[in-house]
Design a protein around this ligand. Structure first.
Ligand SMILES: Nc1ncnc2c1ncn2[C@@H]1O[C@H](COP(=O)(O)OP(=O)(O)O)[C@@H](O)[C@H]1O
Ligand SMILES: [Mg+2]
Length: 445
């Protein structure tokens, strides 16, 4: 049950409101002076305050109410406060709403309207608390993961990333091959590092081969090694990556670029642990944990005959699918803050621009954009213009047009007169909504 604190020097007000609220499952507390009100706030769980503007019969300036409101705001910044005041003080009340009071109502008040306002504010506050609780739980889960595993400095805040990282940690200890999928720059290599760092062979070698970075005819020699004279230019015998990774981990990046012949040999090593160097018949045995990664659509490649289905099933015994950055927006600002380092802070405009951009190049693009902006920004802060991001295409659904008088009136009605809610509905700040109400001569219904 929610509790409303009524601070009013006239006990009849508290009595009337107590009767009204008790019919609607809302408990009340009351105080007749600002001091008593603040004392109750300090000692009790209060969800909302309804306060008067004047507390002594001989004062009408509203200064006492203003001072009380300032003290409440200072100590309980999120507590919703409704100003209930004689119509002669409405102007003062409007000023305070601009300063963060939730709403104001004139005495004598309309019960229905007051009740709607109170209920809306209580719901809003409960929704905010639920959001805070969820964020807290998410943070606890992240902290626990970081305490339990070596996350290789990987930064994340979005639940979608957390799921992939938690799964990576969980499967790290097994010997099964892991396939990491996701677009370029999403952080697949970081996930591979996490798997390696938490595996049973973390003290063994960590050998990487980027199958996309070397000519396809040389990949097999890279992977399996070659005897002298095995191919043109092979003057000396050489060890392959599988031998180098024996007892440790082999990370095969861009596995989609491995030619079919290499795929067949890779399948055999994965199944038997055995292979031969190019130009040799001598069978060699290794024990290697294989982690592979790709941005390619391997199932589509299988349909086109470019990738072996049997190898695919072997590699993806465990698949870690890393979503593009745009699908884990909770990561954007924490990553941006980290990439900016100790430099200038972001202006609000920059943060909004970072959140709006689609990030086709994912974390890599974000890092480059932020580091360049941090280096070149001229002002005190990094502004949106320093980021040089392309303008987002206009969104059809977003309301970017100036709301008409009728829109404002409709929003106020929908919000039951709660200014904060109507403003959020219209995508305006409270002050901006007030200015427009004044301009259009709209009284709060
Ligand atoms: N979650 C993260 N936290 C910190 N750095 C990251 C994160 N994800 C990616 N990076 C950095 O972004 C760059 C691109 O990541 P990388 O793992 O190479 O992407 P991919 O292999 O998917 O192309 C690297 O410099 C990497 O260190
Ligand atoms: Mg990569």
């Amino acid at each position: 049950m929610s509790t409303v604190l009524i601070i009013d020097d006239n006990p009849a007000v508290a009595t009337a409101l107590d009767v009204l609220f008790s019919l609607h499952d809302i408990a009340t507390l009351s105080a007749q002076t600002p001091q008593a009100g603040l004392q109750l706030l300090a000692g009790e769980n209060v969800d909302l305050v309804i306060q008067d503007m004047n507390f002594s019969a001989d004062t009408t300036s509203g200064a006492e109410g203003e001072a009380l409101f300032a003290q409440i705001r200072a100590q309980w910044p999120d507590l919703p406060v409704i100003l209930l005041t004689a119509w002669t003080h409405l102007e003062r009340a409007v000023e305070l709403v601009k300063a963060g009071a939730a709403d104001y109502l004139a005495k004598p008040w309309d019960d229905g309207r007051l009740l709607t306002t109170v209920n809306n504010l209580l719901e809003l506050a409960e929704a905010q608390r639920e959001l805070d609780r969820r964020r807290m739980r998410e943070k606890q889960r992240r902290d626990k993961l970081a305490a339990q595993y070596d996350l290789r400095g990987t930064l994340f805040a979005d639940p979608a990333s957390e799921r992939v990282i938690a799964l990576a940690c969980q499967v790290a200890r097994s010997e099964l091959p892991v396939l990491i999928t996701g677009p370029n720059g999403a952080g697949k290599e970081k996930i591979a590092e996490i798997v390696q760092a938490n595996s049973a062979v973390r003290n063994g070698a960590f050998v990487t081969l980027n199958c996309g970075a070397i000519p396809s005819e040389l990949i097999e020699a890279e992977l399996f090694g070659a005897e002298a004279g095995a191919y043109t230019g092979a003057n000396k015998a050489r060890e392959g990556k599988f031998e180098a990774a024996d007892g440790g981990t082999l990370f095969l990046d861009e596995i989609g670029n491995l030619p079919l012949a290499g795929q067949m040999k890779l399948l055999r090593v994965l199944e038997t642990g055995k292979f031969e160097r190019l130009g040799s018949n001598r069978e060699r045995s290794v024990k290697v944990r294989v982690i592979s990664a790709t941005n390619a659509d391997l199932p589509a490649m299988i349909r086109d005959g470019g990738f072996r289905e049997d190898l695919y099933y072997r590699l993806n015994a465990i698949e870690l699918a890393l979503p593009p950055l745009a699908e884990r927006p909770g990561d954007i600002l924490p990553l941006a803050e980290a990439f900016r380092g100790d430099g200038k802070p972001f202006a609000e405009s920059a943060r909004n621009a970072l959140l709006r951009h689609a990030w086709p190049g994912n974390v890599r693009e974000l890092r480059n954009v932020v580091q360049r902006a941090a280096l070149l920004a001229q002002g005190e802060r990094i502004e949106a213009s320093d980021l040089h991001l392309p303008k987002p295409p206009p969104q059809k659904t977003a309301v970017t047009v100036e709301p008409e008088k009728a829109d404002i009136e409709a929003a106020l009605l929908r919000a039951g007169g709660v200014i904060a809610q109507a403003a959020a509905d219209l995508g305006l700040s409270r002050q901006a909504l007030y200015r427009r109400m004044q301009r259009h001569g709209i009284d709060n219904p």
